[in-house]
Design a protein around this ligand. Structure first.
Ligand SMILES: *Cc1c(COP(=O)(O)O)cnc(C)c1O
Length: 422
């Protein structure tokens, strides 16, 4: 911990030296807002408005159904998947943007369980354990529960309480480890290479959810030996509210990858209109049905901005922003009962910083009322996401200053009514 006090002037100087600072101009952020919730809903790329206009007015309005061919609508899941691939450490033809993260997780988990069940070794095929974490994002656990129940073949979730217990839990009974790479609440980042290697040593498959990783931290899915992955585009990738998610199936698993939502977009010849399903070759077999084209098209606007920089540059600034935030909170709010939940160790940290406070919800509501937008997650956790494309060092200083004022003056309402979305 630095003993020297950090000033706002120091932060402004860092903004001067920040090579990513000009990219902020490509986002439309309202005046008077410090947006620290890009981990939940990314800010709007300015280009999204014109792109939406183009899709709705020209492509839909004028070109009508011809757009499936002439404007590339039909190929959009694959084309955008190829634009995303470099951020994931994936190859061309390994990613599609489609459906939701929950639905893609269902497809990927079902495919992984089937790969294991079809294994030549009967002991391997008999495995029924899905390892995950109790602290995983609930929809991941819910989807696994739903699939296990529906399959009705004795599949069970084995939930670890602590990442340190993971290696032990991934044993010779484990079929699949279904893990979220960066924890949505704590910001803890798993060692993807080590956990995937542990899976393979035990004959298990490693399925990763990258909801809080894609666009936030450098990823090397192929290099780290992951087996399957899914993730969001509406968080760090700035695809827009409810934008379609992605699914990654590496070349090595594509032939064996079969998923139960075998809709016509995953068919080898969708317009042959055959009565029997035959999966497409390659990544298209991960598709199901017709996509929300307006929403899907906007994903490109976010990806275009990532194409102007590198994940290495984004990561360096992300760590600098979260280090700064943690240091300032600890310097300026030291007399208050705040507890850091996010790992200090860089390798274990995503692109967020979470603090507990006994009145976390009320304090977060007061912050939002003052224009500092983060969010709240049970239990008692204030979550702040740091998005290097549009967050400045001065933003961090100003946000902490507002937090300090709120805490020092107790300017929060402990009886604040809970909104439906916290
Ligand atoms: C945000 C998030 C989701 C969201 O899933 P949706 O299907 O888009 O609602 C899923 N999993 C994790 C780990 C997340 O962080």
């Amino acid at each position: 911990m630095k003993a020297t006090m950090i000033s706002r002037q120091d932060c402004l100087a860092r903004d001067q030296d920040d090579a990513l600072a000009p990219l902020r101009a490509q986002f439309d952020l309202p005046a008077g807002v410090i947006y620290l919730d890009g981990n939940s809903l990314g800010a709007r790329p300015k280009a999204a408005m014109a792109r939406a206009q183009q899709v709705i007015a020209a492509e839909w309005g004028t070109d009508l159904i011809r757009s499936w061919n002439s404007n590339g609508w039909f190929d959009l899941p694959k084309r955008l998947g190829n634009l995303l691939s470099p951020l994931l450490g994936a190859l061309d033809g390994e990613v599609v943007i489609t459906d939701t993260t929950s639905v893609n997780l269902f497809k990927a988990l079902a495919a992984a369980l089937r790969m294991q069940a079809a294994h030549a070794d009967p002991a391997r095929a008999a495995r029924r354990i899905i390892v995950s974490e109790r602290s995983n994002f609930p929809t991941d656990l819910y989807m696994a529960q739903g699939l296990a129940q529906w399959l009705d073949r004795g599949y069970q979730l084995r939930l670890v309480e602590d990442p340190a217990d993971l290696a032990q839990a991934i044993d010779g009974d484990c079929a699949v480890a279904m893990l979220t790479h960066v924890n949505y609440r704590s910001g803890y980042q798993h060692d993807m290479a080590a956990v995937s290697a542990r899976c393979h040593a035990q004959g298990a498959l490693a399925l990763w959810d990258l909801a809080h990783s894609a666009g936030a931290v450098p990823l090397d899915l192929n290099g780290d030996g992951a087996d399957l992955a899914v993730g969001c585009t509406y968080k760090y990738l700035n695809g827009g509210p409810g934008a379609p998610a992605f699914i990654w199936v590496p070349k090595q698993h594509q032939a064996a990858f079969r998923q139960p939502l075998s809709g016509w977009w995953g068919h080898g010849a969708p317009f042959a209109m055959e009565p029997s399903f035959v999966p497409a070759d390659g990544i298209a077999r991960a598709l199901c049905g017709t996509q929300p084209i307006v929403s899907l098209a906007l994903v490109e606007c976010g990806l275009d901005i990532f194409a102007q920089t590198s994940m290495a540059a984004i990561r360096a600034k992300s760590l600098a922003l979260t280090d700064l935030f943690i240091a300032l909170v600890e310097q300026r709010c030291a007399s208050h009962p705040l507890g850091l939940v996010t790992p200090r160790e860089h390798a274990r940290r995503g692109s967020q910083a979470s603090f507990t406070h006994p009145h976390g919800y009320a304090v977060m509501q007061a912050l939002i009322a003052r224009g500092v937008i983060g969010d709240y997650r049970e239990p008692a956790i204030m979550r702040f996401g740091f998005t290097p494309l549009y967050t400045s060092f001065a933003d961090v200083w100003d946000a902490v200053e507002i937090l300090r004022e709120i805490l020092d003056t107790q300017a929060y309402d402990v009886d604040a009514r809970r909104d439906a979305v916290t």
